[in-house]
Write a protein that binds this ligand. Structure first.
Ligand SMILES: C[S@@+](CC[C@H](N)C(=O)[O-])C[C@H]1O[C@@H](n2cnc3c(N)ncnc32)[C@H](O)[C@@H]1O
Length: 352
């Protein structure tokens, strides 16, 4: 399909959805019991298919889950049905989710909160976080991803509109975002950004997630699983890979704020091969994985005998002792501990 006809299709689809919503329809088809399923704009089959692409276990008992931008709450209720303890938030209070909660006698907790208000202090932490269909509605998507990351312990499922089929294919390998000043996307004023998949993947890592897995690609949308750590960590330290020093990468001292502009470490390592690239070197700080923003000779020289790895303190690591280690292939370094200090959150009063 051509770029222009894709845009027209999105416009028509959005107009039909708006008309359906105006007529009092539900966004999600939700089983309220006794054979009554709400007449959602999204059919039960479509929603079940979407959920299946997240590849979650059928039994989610023991998992704490957060659904950001939940709307009517299908994804929350389905997670609760599978045994999870669920919190659902949205930047307004959809009456439908409260009706469905009552009808299903659900224990789900709903709170009206914007993603920018989601912090460990305000909601705690969650094994799994859903961030479905929200990113492109935000003026500050990277900031929002940092908030998502801060409260995620295992992984987040991030689903979004993407612009890959709109932009010139010469750019497909480059991280680019389309910006919608007015209602250019689907005639909606609250659509701001259309990242391409490359851009979204890189933003997810830049926000602090360790790595991503591709889950689903629809014509203009993508679903990505964003992990807080790696699964294949070697068990034992290898003496040939050794941490040499850890300093603050911004201030060159040994004061380590846990968040903010100075929350970046420079980690010295001996034993990495000359060709080690930043996406192959894995850093773990305070139990969370993070990709080094820089991996090369210490101090930018051409002496590769000591590598310097610059990495942000991943969002959500608490103040106090935090362990640091590094691995590459099947080699893992010794572990060092640093003391992270607390810093106040910068008030984001202008963020909407
Ligand atoms: C396209 S709907 C997606 C609903 C649901 N997550 C899904 O995938 O079907 C976007 C949702 O994001 C919510 N939203 C928009 N801006 C938000 C913000 N700043 N914080 C939290 N939710 C937001 C909207 O109110 C809406 O419920």
């Amino acid at each position: 399909m051509s770029t222009e006809s894709l845009r027209v299709t999105i416009d028509k689809k959005t107009a039909a959805l708006k008309a359906a919503m105006a007529a009092g329809k539900w966004w999600h088809s939700i089983d309220l019991g006794d054979g009554f399923v709400t007449p959602g704009v999204h059919t039960p089959e479509e929603l079940a298919y979407n959920y299946s692409t997240f590849r979650l276990p059928e039994n989610l008992s023991g998992k704490r889950m957060l659904d950001i931008g939940c709307w009517d709450g299908f994804y929350s209720f389905e997670s609760e049905r599978r045994g999870a303890e669920v919190m659902a938030v949205d930047c307004w209070t959809p009456e439908n989710i409260l009706k469905a909660k009552a009808a299903r006698q659900s224990n789900l907790v709903f709170e009206e909160k914007s993603v920018y208000e989601i912090t460990q202090d305000s909601v705690g932490t969650f094994d799994i976080v859903f961030f479905l269909g929200v990113l492109y509605h935000l003026r500050h998507p990277l900031l929002a991803l940092e908030h998502v990351c801060e409260v995620t312990r295992e992984f987040a499922i991030i689903e979004s509109h993407v612009c890959d089929d709109f932009v010139n294919t010469d750019f497909a390998h480059l991280p680019v975002m389309e910006f919608y000043e007015f209602d250019e996307l689907g005639g909606q004023h609250d659509n701001w950004w259309g990242p391409n998949i490359e851009c979204l993947t890189k933003m997810i890592r830049a926000a602090g997630f360790a790595h991503t897995e591709f889950l689903r690609r629809d014509p203009t949308r993508v679903a990505i699983k964003a992990y807080r750590n790696w699964q294949d960590i070697p068990n034992e330290a290898t003496p040939s890979l050794r941490l040499t020093r850890i300093i603050n990468a911004v201030k060159y001292d040994e004061v380590f704020p846990r968040r903010g502009r100075h929350a970046m470490l420079a980690i010295g390592v001996k034993g990495l091969p000359h060709e080690a690239a930043r996406l192959d070197v894995r850093v773990e700080i305070g139990g969370f994985g993070v990709v080094p923003a820089y991996a090369g000779p210490w101090g930018g020289t051409d002496d590769y005998s000591e590598f310097q790895l610059n990495a942000i303190i991943p969002p959500g690591v608490p103040a106090g002792k935090a362990t640091v280690r590094v691995w590459h292939g099947d080699k893992i370094s010794d572990t060092r501990a640093i003391e992270l200090i607390d810093t106040p959150l910068i008030p984001a009063e202008r963020v909407v």
